[in-house]
Design a protein around this ligand. Structure first.
Ligand SMILES: Cc1cc2nc3c(=O)[nH]c(=O)nc-3n(C[C@H](O)[C@H](O)[C@H](O)COP(=O)(O)O)c2cc1C
Ligand SMILES: CC(C)CC(=O)C(=O)O
Length: 363
């Protein structure tokens, strides 16, 4: 069922999550909510925010209060971006066209996946606000270069290079429901791409270690990418301090602390636990974004207090997309924005730039 107005009794991300079960089939639901293996990291991403407690700062002056920020040359009205999520048509018949309508209407940053179910050009044509393009480097580097050129020509303002999923995670939940794309939904941006021949490994060989890893991305690909595009490059999937230095040395323009929503390597720490160490290493040299587990405005406040400039959400906006299309996505963003504003007022922060560790309670 597709609503043109927001259905009643939806007040939080959790309400949308519960409602969305009824708006998609069980296979798509399993793909959406699932994490890798035992889903320990996926669960931890959310619980770790609850472990951090806040401290009020009262009787402050709020004249001129706002949630605006400047990020890589764009002004955003609030620090919540839509993370790249594959195949929106699994969740709503209009797919990414509904999502981009919502993002444009409310002015939210949106990152369009390489694996979108609507052509990257068609998404851009329907946007009235700047978009970023998420890049999965493909085994065929010529095709990858073409993809980057297409994103540039379509007007995308930055490339978000995902580095944490060179291979698929152990997705038991997907295996249990035999997840596969239904007819009519595909990675349209990759149509016509040559795929490497599948090497049929014998029982004695490892399918992964017998050829499949030869074309996976390496740090050299960032140098290569910089040589073929002038778009800013933001690296998504940073979970280690060692990788920070490598990425900054190569001249990337931003970092996203992300464990892919717990969908790739299980038992990684939550991103909010990783953030302080990574922010210390970055020391303000490039902006940091964080995703994985954001479900409340207070989560956003905590991420900003610990060093992020903005956050991205993945599953939450897809829940809303499935329940009420573009209207749902706008409503969900408004819920999170209002929760963030309330949290800012109650912790005494007039602007995002006043959010710091002083609002975290220390026992
Ligand atoms: C269904 C689904 C598909 C995703 N597809 C992509 C993708 O195509 N590219 C990518 O970089 N990340 C992808 N991600 C990861 C998200 O960009 C983001 O890191 C993650 O969802 C954040 O966690 P959250 O869902 O708890 O907010 C996907 C996540 C989900 C849930
Ligand atoms: C097509 C997939 C690789 C998309 C993805 O990143 C995910 O499902 O987490």
């Amino acid at each position: 069922m597709v609503y043109s107005i927001v259905p009643p009794q939806l007040f939080s991300v959790e309400d949308y999550e519960k409602s969305s079960v009824k708006h998609m089939d069980h296979t798509a639901w399993s793909y959406l909510v699932g994490g890798s293996a035992d889903e320990i990291t996926a669960d931890k991403n959310k619980c770790a925010f609850d472990e951090i407690q806040l401290q009020t700062q009262v009787l402050r002056d709020f004249a001129g209060a706002n949630t605006r920020l400047n990020l890589l040359g764009s002004t955003l009205p609030f620090p919540i971006l839509l993370a790249p999520v594959a195949w929106h048509k699994l969740f709503h018949p209009d797919g990414e066209l509904a999502t981009v309508q919502a993002a444009s209407a409310i002015g939210a940053g949106m990152v369009v996946s390489t694996q979108s179910s609507v052509l990257l050009e068609d998404v851009a044509e329907n946007a009235t606000k700047p978009l970023w393009f998420q890049l999965y480097i493909q085994p065929d580097r010529m095709f990858t270069a073409e993809l980057v050129k297409r994103a540039e020509q379509a007007g995308y303002k930055a490339l978000v290079l995902t580095i944490d999923a060179p291979i698929s995670g152990v997705r038991n939940r997907e295996q249990r429901v035999n997840f596969h794309l239904p007819q009519g939904i595909s990675s349209v941006n990759l149509a016509g791409m040559k795929r490497p021949a599948v090497h049929n490994a014998s029982l004695l060989e490892s399918p992964l270690f017998s050829g499949q890893l030869e074309s996976i991305p390496t740090w050299q690909d960032i140098e290569w990418l910089k040589s073929i595009t002038s778009l800013p490059i933001i690296v998504k999937g940073i979970t280690s301090v060692a990788d920070v230095e490598q990425a900054i040395t190569l001249g990337v323009n931003g970092l996203i602390v992300s464990n892919h929503g717990g969908r790739v390597l299980d038992t990684l720490p939550s991103t909010i636990e990783l953030l302080p160490g990574i922010a210390e290493q970055v020391a303000g040299r490039v902006p940091i974004l964080l995703d994985s587990g954001i479900r409340r405005g207070t989560d956003i406040l905590k991420a900003l207090a610990l060093g992020a400039s903005a956050v991205m959400i993945g599953r939450p906006y897809i829940y809303a997309l499935s329940v009420a299309g573009a209207v749902g996505v706008v409503h969900l963003l408004n819920i999170l924005r209002a929760e963030l504003e309330a949290a800012m007022v109650l912790t005494g922060c007039r602007t995002l730039y006043e959010i710091d560790r002083s609002l975290l309670w220390k026992s």
